[in-house]
Design a protein. Structure first.
Ligand code: SF4
Ligand SMILES: [Zn+2]
Lengths: 764, 168
């Protein structure tokens, strides 16, 4: 006999669950627990149901209530009912408080979970109402009880839990060529294939905007240059044709001319064909430039998702060496450098430069000039970030320089760091794939609890945290590590199971629920009919177990973090290697793509820390800040050289195949020194890192346009204006003002040590 | 020689990432000086060359070393500064060396002093001239006031006349 659970899934009838529920109700009465009665009722219900088909949880509960009423323990029935009623009321009054918070537009943490969303607009509020009410629904009806407990006690965090009931997947790397060559076939009406650069770029926008509404994470284009290059050629040919019409001459012999590079030059002195070609090139460059400009503009202004959020968009590029691909890259960088609107820094899309030796890294490489240009743009506009295709784990043997579709084997990343590349069910690629869901484990909490248990067991009591290592004996150290690893394994197992359950729930979605995504944009989805379940194609996605606060975890365990101590670094690597090995096991067990994620901490580091601080008090170097350190990062407040930071963090990149990022905080004006950006990429190259970005500050006088790198700029040194806009980076996304940051992130920002002059030994 | 400070890595004192040595002591006393305390020769601590050399050695992000101050090229400091330059060159043969000075290039030439001449032969870029508050401009790159010059010493030596530095 099956039971229909609250979420519609089926499970086997379990007599013990009924006994547990009755005993729980009995324990709240004066007479206490009577196992005999509980067992008898459960048995009667089981007998009654036997041979019949399916029962819902509610029907079973009603039966329990009735049986209790008929028993000698009527008061238990009351307790059972009261308990359920109270839970309802409690849930409702909590909802009321949250609603009042949202309505009041107060600057609290709930409305500021996401740095790039304005939750105070009506549409934003509507989303928050929905989000805050679905979360308890998920807790009560979609999670197993042990998972729910683990979430409640902040052992784990389920990301995008509010989207759980929608069965949505996280993110996608768009195979844009499909849309460009075949047009849209989804939604209302359809569009034709692209013929020129303007439409191609615009269709890129539409693709990301449409699918944004079908998913809960970011949208990315994995090979922006390759996808758009053919349309540069088409635009050039269009220009040749136009010239032919204007001069009333047959120019068809020029149609297949291949420019060496699309560079604007004065055509005044040129004659005949040469002149026509140069004019066509000039016009093409202008049009590509404008197309890139509007692409960036659109990505920053068109709001989807309830009208209050722009797409979390990213584009990867840099490796197309064709003249047309180079033209796309150059004009994209040019428009980025110029800025949008009043020369302001564009927040989206996040741009990612694909750094590859032989293509764009060494001075003799064809795209080296564009790489240098990219570094200059980063210095001023934060983007591009850099993905290192030469990192051992980012390579694919199928990549061949002469292959025009080699981009298929180039690793691409979501700007926020989510990485999808390896696949149990096909070739290593990022394209047409994405993350299904991810959950994060609170490492500091596990470490603190392990330490408390180890103290109990060894009878060795001392205050935890920084400097505690001097109290530790050998036996204590062995004990605490053993306990910690055991608990880590327990919570990894639990998280893997939770991800798998969510995956099963996602599998029940029908293709038509994700109209564009499942029309060929997600890998193999072209074979699905609208009414088919999406199950057969979800296997191409990834399930990720994330972690946060490795640094604080290490301090709780052995008194030091990995940035300051070699043994701590060894232990850190041991912990994350252990998680990686567990994920290899889950991949076998569940036959799905499991991997470890170096979680970005937004909206979560504060929640964990606040809760743990409340329970464990202030532990030096562990819970004494308002946030936990991002994934495997060296703490932001720790002073060390950029190279030391690189050396420490690099080995974690190979272990965290679901995504990672290396940040370098720059103090000083990189615009005046773009070589400093190149030097950071060199560090990534040297230490085999996967993905990195440069954090710095750009302050801009809104009156006269003066810019510098001073985060505390209040008065413009040129014109004296106090209208200053300061841009900084949060979780890979840029934010213009810091008022929308949640308190944990603000505290982190405040503590960040910059890598310029951080080691200054100013003697006082 | 005392030093007022040492930056392991900086992007604001010349091209690329650079170590910066701030030498104590300066005879110029410019109004608006960026580091007034460092005008005293007794400010800071005696230079610990071994420690600094090790920090420079270990850091592969560095492209060069910049001398600043204080005044690295005043008679009290220049010999030791040159000495330190030699030692850094030994462990980092590809380093380039920049130097800030309150003297003008012409003033330094006029000294006709072999140590000064040797120093000018060894360095790649010299930023010369006093800091003049009235000529201060926040838009300037690698210098404080408009009167100062960033001199490409290699080209200057070749051409035997002043060539200003330009970033490629
Ligand atoms: S030369 Fe430099 S250190 Fe000396 S007083 Fe002038 S500004 Fe200050
Ligand atoms: Zn101004």
């Amino acid at each position: 006999m099956k039971i229909i659970k609250r979420d519609g899934r089926l499970c086997e009838f379990d007599r013990q669950k009924i006994i547990d529920a009755i005993c729980a109700a009995m324990s709240r009465t004066e007479k206490g627990v009577d196992l005999q009665i509980a067992g008898r009722i459960a048995e009667e219900i089981e007998k009654f149901c036997e041979g019949k088909n399916e029962f819902s949880v509610y029907e079973i509960q009603d039966m329990v209530e009735k049986k209790l009423m008929d028993s000698s323990r009527k008061e238990v029935a009351q307790s059972y009912i009261i308990y359920r009623y109270n839970r309802d009321v409690a849930r409702k009054s909590k909802t009321k408080d949250i609603f009042l918070d949202i309505i009041g537009a107060k600057a609290n943490d709930i409305t500021r979970e996401n740095a790039n969303m304005n939750a105070d607009t009506p549409a934003g509020m509507m989303m928050k109402f929905a989000s805050e009410t679905t979360k308890p629904f998920v807790d009560d009806f979609l999670l197993e009880s042990d998972v729910r407990e683990a979430v409640k006690k902040r052992y784990i965090h389920i990301h995008d839990k509010d989207y759980y009931p929608t069965k949505s997947l996280t993110c996608l790397q768009h195979p844009l060529d499909k849309i460009l060559n075949e047009g849209f076939r989804a939604g209302h009406g359809s569009s034709r294939p692209a013929k020129r650069i303007e439409t191609a770029a615009f269709m890129g926008c539409i693709s990301m905007e449409t699918i944004q509404n079908e998913m809960h994470g970011g949208q990315a284009i994995p090979a922006f240059d390759y996808y758009l290059a053919p349309f540069v050629k088409k635009t050039f040919q269009e220009e040749i044709k136009k010239i032919g019409e204007v001069i009333s001459k047959d120019c068809s012999h020029l149609m297949n001319y291949q420019p060496e590079d699309y560079i604007r030059k004065d055509a005044g002195d040129l004659k005949g064909d040469e002149r026509y070609l140069q004019v066509a090139i000039n016009n093409t460059v202008n049009r590509v430039h404008q197309a890139m400009e509007s692409f960036i503009h659109n990505m920053n202004t068109i709001h989807s998702r309830g009208g209050n959020q722009v797409v979390f968009s990213s584009i990867n590029y840099g490796t197309d060496t064709s003249a047309e691909g180079r033209c796309v890259i150059r004009e994209l960088l040019n428009s980025t450098l110029e800025g949008v609107g009043n020369h302001e820094t564009a927040i989206f899309p996040i741009q990612i430069w694909k750094k590859k030796r032989g293509i764009n890294y060494e001075p003799t490489d064809r795209n080296y000039d564009l790489y240098q240009f990219a570094c200059k743009v980063t210095a001023k506009r934060f983007f591009p970030n850099y993905i290192n295709l030469d990192a051992t784990f980012n390579q694919n043997n199928l990549w061949k320089e002469e292959d025009p579709e080699r981009y298929r084997y180039e690793c691409a990343t979501m700007g926020c760091r989510t990485r999808v590349f390896e696949n149990r069910f096909g070739e290593k690629t990022s394209i047409g794939r994405g993350n299904l869901s991810f959950s994060t484990i609170n490492l500091p909490r596990l470490a603190i609890e392990a330490a408390h248990l180890a103290q109990e067991r060894t009878g060795l009591y001392f205050p935890l945290g920084e400097g505690s290592e001097k109290h530790m004996t050998r036996i204590y150290k062995d004990t605490v590590l053993r306990i910690f690893m055991n608990r880590l394994e327990y919570y990894c197992d639990l998280t893997a199971r939770q991800l798998y359950e969510r995956y099963q729930f996602q599998c029940t979605a029908l293709a038509k629920q994700f109209p564009l995504l499942m029309k060929g944009m997600w890998m193999e989805s072209e074979k699905l009919n609208p009414d088919d379940r999406v199950e057969p194609v979800l296997k191409h996605g990834t399930l990720s177990i994330g972690f946060i606060g490795l640094a604080e975890c290490l301090v709780a365990l052995i008194g030091k973090h990995h940035g300051e101590d070699e043994n701590a670094q060894k232990l850190g690597l041991k912990i994350i290697t252990f998680m990686r090995d567990l994920c290899v096991g889950y991949a076998e067990k569940y036959n799905l793509n499991f991997s470890v994620l170096a979680t970005p901490a937004e909206g979560l580091s504060g929640g964990f820390t606040k809760y743990d601080k409340h329970e464990f008090g202030i532990i030096k170097g562990v819970t004494d800040k308002d946030y936990y350190t991002n994934s495997n990062h060296v703490p932001v407040w720790y002073k060390c050289t950029a190279e030391h930071k690189a050396k420490i963090e690099a080995p974690y990149h190979d272990l965290t195949r679901a995504g990672h990022i290396f940040y370098i905080e720059l103090d000083g004006d990189a615009v005046k020194n773009p070589e400093s950006v190149q030097a950071v990429v060199d560090l990534m190259d040297k230490y085999n890192m996967g993905y990195g970005s440069i954090n710095h500050t750009r302050s801009r006088c809104m009156n006269c346009g003066f810019e510098n790198a001073d985060a505390n700029l209040e008065r413009c040194p040129k014109c004296g204006s106090t209208d200053i806009d300061t841009i900084q980076r949060i979780t890979g996304y840029l934010v213009g003002t810091t008022s929308r940051w949640n308190s944990a992130k603000l505290a982190e920002l405040h503590d960040r040590v910059t890598h310029d002059e951080c080691c200054g030994k100013e003697s006082e | 020689m005392n030093i007022a400070g040492f930056y392991d890595e900086s992007i604001s004192n010349g091209v690329g990432w650079r170590a910066v040595l701030f030498v104590s002591g300066c005879p110029h006393h410019c109004p608006g000086c960026h580091n007034e305390k460092a005008q005293s020769f007794t400010y800071g601590e005696p230079i610990d060359k071994k420690n600094l050399l090790q920090r420079i050695q270990e850091n592969s992000i560095l492209r060069g070393l910049t001398f600043s101050g204080g005044e690295p090229l005043c008679p009290e400091n220049i010999a030791e500064v040159l000495d330190f330059l030699y030692e850094v060159k030994k462990i980092k043969p590809n380093f380039d060396f920049w130097c800030y000075t309150g003297y003008t290039y012409e003033e330094l030439l006029k000294r006709q002093d072999p140590v000064t001449e040797e120093f000018l032969n060894q360095i790649d870029v010299l930023i010369d001239g006093r800091f003049i508050l009235e000529l201060k401009d926040p838009d300037l790159t690698f210098k404080g006031s408009k009167n100062q010059r960033i001199i490409d010493m290699k080209k200057t030596r070749e051409k035997k006349s002043i060539v200003l530095w330009e970033n490629e």
